[in-house]
Every structure is written in C-alpha cells, then in structure tokens.
Write a protein that binds this ligand. Structure first.
Ligand code: HEC
Ligand code: HEC
Ligand code: HEC
Ligand code: HEC
Ligand code: HEC
Ligand code: HEC
Ligand code: HEC
Length: 384
C-alpha cells in the first residue's frame, strides 16, 4: 500500500496544483456558468443548497422525456427504495438467515416490509423504512429502533439471492438481541447514506429524511430545480437557473462531481489511503492511479465511458472506441496529435477485459471492475 500511496502522490505532484485544489473553496465554483447570475453555480451533489426548492423528477420528465425515460431505469435511480416499494423484497420475501441462536426474517405484511430478529426467547420487529442499494451486488435495510436509525446486520446479496452479514459488520455471533439487530447510526452516518442514495435529503441546512425521495434522480446531480421549472414554464430563457455539469472540466467532473458519491482520490487519501481491497469500488481513485492516464483529459472523465442518464453498458466491445480515442489499434498505424498512445502488442479489441479486470470483493460477494487501467500479469497482486 505504501508504494501506491507514494506513487499517487507523485502523480499528484505531476498534475501540478490540481490536488491542492481539491477541497479548497475556490475549486467548488462551477466553470462555464455565469457565477453571479446563476444561484446554482456552486452546486455539487450531496451538498446542502438552501433556499431553492426541489421540483421532483416527475416535473423534469414533462420536458426532458429522453433523459427521464432511461435514467429512471438505472440502478442509480433505484439506489434506495421505500421499504414498501422495494422490488427485491416484493419478489424474494420472506428472506431468512441464522447466526448462532439468532434468526432473521424479512417479510412483507400487506403493504409493509418488516425486519424481525429473534433469539429463541424474544423477538424485535421493526418496519423497513428504506432498502439501500438496487441489489446489483447487495441491499441493506434501514429502520428505526428506539428513536435511532439502524443499519441492518444482515443484507441481501445478489450472488446467493439470500441474506448474509452486511459488509463491515462483525461476522461473529452477536452478544445480545439488540446487538443482533444491527448498528445504530450516528447522525453523520445517516446523513451520509441519505446524501449518496437519495435525492433532496438536505435542504435549508437541515436533514429532511422524511421528505427525501429515494434514489439518485435528476436533482441529486442537477440541484434543486423549482426555479428552473418556473422559468422554463414562463418561457424565460434568459438564465436556465439549474446546474449544468457540461461546463465542468474532466478532473472536476470525475473527482468532485461523480466522486462526491463514488469517492474521489482526495477522499480516499483522507481516509488513510483506504488500503485493502475495498477501494476497488472507488473508481475515481482507481483511475487517478492509472499510469499514463491523465485525468484532466476529457477522454478519461467518467462521462466519456458512462452516460449518467443511461444503464451501464456491459459489453466490453462498447468501450473499445473509448480506449482507441487515444491508443493506436496496431503498431503500424500512423500517430496523430490526438491518437499517439501505443498500440497493444497482444490484441485489437475487448481491451477492458484484460486491462480493467473484474476483482472479487469477498465481503460484497461481487466482482467489481478495476478502473486502475494497467497491464495485468498472471499472479500479480491487485494494486492498492
Ligand atoms: C417546462 C419545461 C421544463 C421543465 C419542467 C424542466 N426543464 Fe430543464 N430545460 C428546459 C429547456 C427549454 C431547457 C433549455 C434552456 C436553454 O437552452 O437555455 C432546459 C435546460 C436544462 C438543462 C441544461 C441547462 C443549461 O445550462 O443549458 C438541464 C441540466 C435541465 N434542463 C434539467 C432539468 C431538470 C433536472 C428538471 C426537473 C427539476 C427540468 N430540467 C425541468 C425545459 C424544462
Ligand atoms: C448522489 C450520489 C451519486 C452521484 C453524484 C453519482 N452516483 Fe453513480 N451511483 C450512486 C449509487 C448510490 C450507486 C449504486 C446504485 C445501486 O446499485 O444501488 C451508483 C451506481 C453507478 C453506476 C453503476 C450502475 C450499475 O449498473 O451497476 C454507474 C456506472 C455510475 N453510478 C456512474 C456515475 C457517474 C458517471 C456519475 C457522475 C456523472 C455518478 N455515477 C454520480 C450514487 C451516485
Ligand atoms: C459517499 C457516498 C455513499 C455513502 C455515504 C453510502 N453509499 Fe452506499 N453506495 C455508494 C455508491 C457510489 C455505490 C455503488 C458502487 C459501490 O458498490 O461501491 C453504493 C453501493 C451500495 C450498496 C450496494 C448496491 C447494489 O446495488 O449492489 C449498498 C447495499 C449500499 N451502498 C448501502 C449503503 C448504506 C446502508 C449506507 C449508509 C450506512 C451507504 N450505502 C452509504 C455511495 C455511498
Ligand atoms: C448521476 C448524475 C446525474 C443524474 C442523476 C442526472 N443527470 Fe443530467 N447530466 C449529468 C451530467 C454529468 C451531465 C453532463 C453530461 C456530459 O457532460 O456529457 C448532464 C447533462 C444533462 C442535460 C444536458 C445539458 C446539455 O447542455 O446538453 C440535461 C437536459 C439533463 N442532464 C437532464 C437530466 C434529467 C431530466 C435527469 C433526471 C431524469 C438527469 N439529468 C439526471 C448528470 C446527471
Ligand atoms: C475508459 C472507460 C471508463 C472510464 C473513463 C470510466 N469507466 Fe466505469 N466502467 C468501465 C467499464 C468497462 C466497466 C465495466 C462494465 C461491465 O462490464 O459491466 C465500468 C463499470 C463501472 C461501474 C459499475 C461497477 C463495477 O465495478 O463494475 C461503476 C459504478 C463505474 N464504472 C463508475 C465510474 C466512474 C465514477 C468513473 C469516473 C471516475 C468511471 N466509471 C470511468 C469503463 C470506464
Ligand atoms: C486519454 C487518452 C487515453 C485513454 C482514453 C486510454 N488510454 Fe491507455 N494510455 C494512455 C497513455 C498516454 C498511456 C501511457 C503510454 C506510455 O507513455 O507508455 C497509456 C497507457 C496504457 C497502458 C500501459 C500501462 C502501463 O502501466 O504500462 C495500458 C495497458 C492502457 N493504456 C490501456 C488502456 C485501455 C484498455 C483503455 C480503455 C479502457 C485506455 N488505455 C484508455 C492514454 C489513454
Ligand atoms: C487478451 C488480453 C488483452 C487484450 C484483449 C488487450 N490487451 Fe493490451 N496488453 C495485454 C498484455 C498481456 C500486455 C503486455 C504485453 C507485454 O508486456 O509483452 C498488453 C499491453 C498493452 C499496452 C502497453 C503497450 C506498450 O507498448 O507499452 C497497451 C497500451 C495496451 N495493451 C492497450 C490495449 C488496448 C487499447 C486494447 C484494446 C484495443 C488491448 N490492450 C487489448 C493484454 C491484452
């Protein structure tokens, strides 16, 4: 891990002042926006923006039919669901799990979903308020118990289509029924979950979980849209009054914008480098470490390979053109100013299958795509 941290810092240095900028208030101001005029010019995901109301994704759909149709079907849009509406539980409940003397049951009762833990003598039951995660890898349950928000000790995992211990929870047999239930979350932790998995959880400098709409929808990325909707309805095009990330540079877009939830290089470093396998999940950090791949190049930004309004493409061939925007296809091909990166001596297609390998994260029971683009030699350890 030490080596990679050193290397990252070297890269950081090579990129000049970019790293020092992260986190500085200067960096937060949007580019390409008329700063003074647009009240949302400093908007970033998961930040509070007081004083402007949310309109809801249904309002956006009236005028932006294309983005709305496809975005609503993405896992991001379903990153959280109300317990009653949760698709995994509708199709899979009852779910059961046993750990020592403790039994877990997640059931649907009428329109409610209920999380129950028993120790053979007594039981605790609480209604599931929110299902967190679409279930691509897994899904965790949030409920209230004695006035606090809890994260369930067991989660659903897609691989086994059943329950197992939640990532980062102790795998041993719980000490008590209360302990078996899950983890009471601090205010900060609760806020974190809601900021990254729901829309409009913060407003007017306070949390408003009850009013949060589950999932990452339009206004989680574009900021509250009430004024935009009003202006557009009034056909006032003088100022769109909404945040348009198109104006962001590649580093900002990847590291700060998508990185607000997918974890930027800076966040990972501030958590002590997050050594260990878990940082496979943090794509902005992994890309940052890829030798030769300068993150200030728009061809390396998240939106170069992913349209945030559409479902993730799983066919490796789709990404070939993204690599070949910089790399030559064959060694014989003529270099141009734009395409000057070396050709592969091994293959001409399916680049990602070899250079962005899938890496299993055992606790998540899922194979994540390593965004640390590199030559993978058999037996090499995954860089951290
Ligand atoms: C009444 C129709 C209408 C509604 C409702 C509406 N929009 Fe728009 N939106 C427009 C039009 C028209 C433009 C183009 C404005 C321009 O080019 O100046 C636009 C532009 C945008 C832009 C680009 C802004 C820019 O600076 O170019 C974004 C992002 C956007 N809308 C998002 C949203 C979101 C999110 C919602 C829901 C909160 C929403 N819109 C609701 C009509 C609408
Ligand atoms: C407000 C938080 C937030 C922001 C901002 C955000 N994401 Fe996400 N994203 C999530 C969450 C949460 C998930 C997990 C969804 C799930 O599976 O439950 C996710 C999942 C994804 C996925 C995986 C979808 C799949 O099929 O597994 C992709 C790709 C993705 N995001 C790309 C992006 C890109 C590109 C950006 C920046 C333009 C971005 N995200 C910004 C929260 C966010
Ligand atoms: C900093 C933003 C952030 C915070 C805070 C956060 N998540 Fe996530 N979460 C994500 C992103 C991004 C993904 C998708 C990529 C991944 O799996 O790492 C995700 C994925 C998940 C998944 C797997 C989704 C799937 O479809 O497989 C679950 C479950 C989950 N989060 C639950 C939670 C819970 C519960 C909390 C609060 C204790 C929480 N998350 C806090 C950003 C966040
Ligand atoms: C995960 C973050 C994310 C979500 C969710 C999201 N967008 Fe976007 N949106 C972006 C980014 C990033 C861009 C800029 C894309 C680019 O630079 O290629 C963008 C661009 C746009 C534009 C085009 C602006 C232009 O100038 O062409 C419109 C319109 C828009 N989004 C509307 C919506 C609507 C409507 C929704 C909800 C259905 C939505 N977006 C959900 C991140 C998001
Ligand atoms: C050069 C292309 C490329 C770039 C740039 C890129 N990705 Fe990916 N991403 C991929 C590929 C390839 C996959 C795997 C698709 C598959 O096989 O399902 C993927 C998968 C993902 C997933 C799904 C989870 C997983 O591990 O499979 C998420 C989330 C994601 N990318 C987020 C991001 C974010 C955030 C950024 C910007 C920091 C980004 N990506 C930049 C190519 C790219
Ligand atoms: C923005 C341009 C750009 C894009 C997009 C890009 N690369 Fe690269 N890549 C480079 C450059 C520049 C180098 C460094 C070449 C050198 O100096 O050796 C490099 C290096 C590499 C290396 C060698 C790394 C090492 O450690 O020696 C591999 C492998 C690679 N790229 C694969 C890919 C794949 C696969 C994709 C698509 C998923 C991709 N690249 C996308 C520009 C790019
Ligand atoms: C079957 C697996 C595989 C596929 C598919 C593949 N590569 Fe490679 N690539 C390798 C291996 C192995 C090496 C290291 C070769 C060596 O060192 O002799 C390599 C080397 C490279 C290098 C370093 C070349 C240099 O001169 O430093 C680049 C760049 C690269 N690949 C890019 C790509 C691109 C772009 C694609 C898609 C067009 C691609 N690769 C497809 C396995 C693959």
């Amino acid at each position: 891990m030490r080596g990679s941290v050193k290397r990252s810092l070297t890269l950081c240095f090579l990129l000049g002042s970019a790293c020092a900028y992260f986190g500085s208030p200067l960096f937060v101001s949007g580019r390409g926006q008329s700063g003074a005029k647009n009240p949302l010019s400093k908007w970033r995901p998961a930040r509070d923006y007081s004083g402007v109301g949310y309109a809801g994704a249904a309002a956006c759909a009236q005028c932006h039919a294309k983005e709305s149709r496809t975005q609503a079907a993405t896992p991001m849009a379903h990153a959280a669901e109300a317990g009653a509406a949760c698709e995994v539980l509708k199709s899979r409940a009852p779910l059961t799990f046993t750990n020592g003397a403790y039994t877990y049951r997640i059931t649907r009762e009428g329109e409610r979903a209920v999380y129950t833990v028993g120790d053979g003598v007594s039981t605790i039951s609480e209604p599931v308020l929110f299902c967190f995660g679409q279930g691509v890898a897994g899904q965790t349950y949030i409920f209230q118990h004695r006035g606090a928000y809890y994260e369930s000790r067991v989660s659903y995992f897609q691989e086994s289509k059943g329950l197992d211990i939640t990532i980062l929870h102790p795998r041993g047999v719980p000490a008590s029924l209360e302990d078996a239930l899950g983890r009471p979350m601090s205010r900060e932790a609760t806020q974190g979950c809601f900021n990254c998995h729901t829309t409009a959880a913060v407003g007017d400098s306070r949390q408003q979980f009850e009013r949060a709409s589950p999932g990452v929808s339009c206004e989680a990325c574009h900021g509250p849209g009430e004024r935009h909707v009003a202006a557009m309805r009034a056909k006032d095009l003088s100022d769109p009054k909404i945040f348009d990330p198109t104006g962001l540079g590649a580093i900002e877009l990847s590291q700060e914008f998508c990185g607000a939830c997918h974890q930027s290089f800076d966040t990972v470093m501030s958590l002590g480098g997050q050594g260990g396998a878990a940082n496979i999940r943090f794509q902005p950090y992994r890309i940052y470490n890829s030798r030769g791949h300068l993150v200030d190049d728009p061809r390396m930004s998240c939106v170069a390979c992913h349209d945030p309004h559409e479902e993730l493409r799983h066919d490796a061939a789709y990404y070939d053109s993204k690599c070949l925007a910089c790399h030559l296809s064959t060694a014989g091909e003529l270099k141009t100013r734009a395409r000057s990166a070396p050709a592969c001596p091994v293959a001409t297609k399916q680049c990602a299958t070899c250079h962005m390998p899938k890496v299993e994260l055992p606790e998540m029971h899922y194979r994540f795509t390593d965004h640390w683009i590199r030559i993978v030699k058999p037996g090499d350890a995954v860089p951290r």
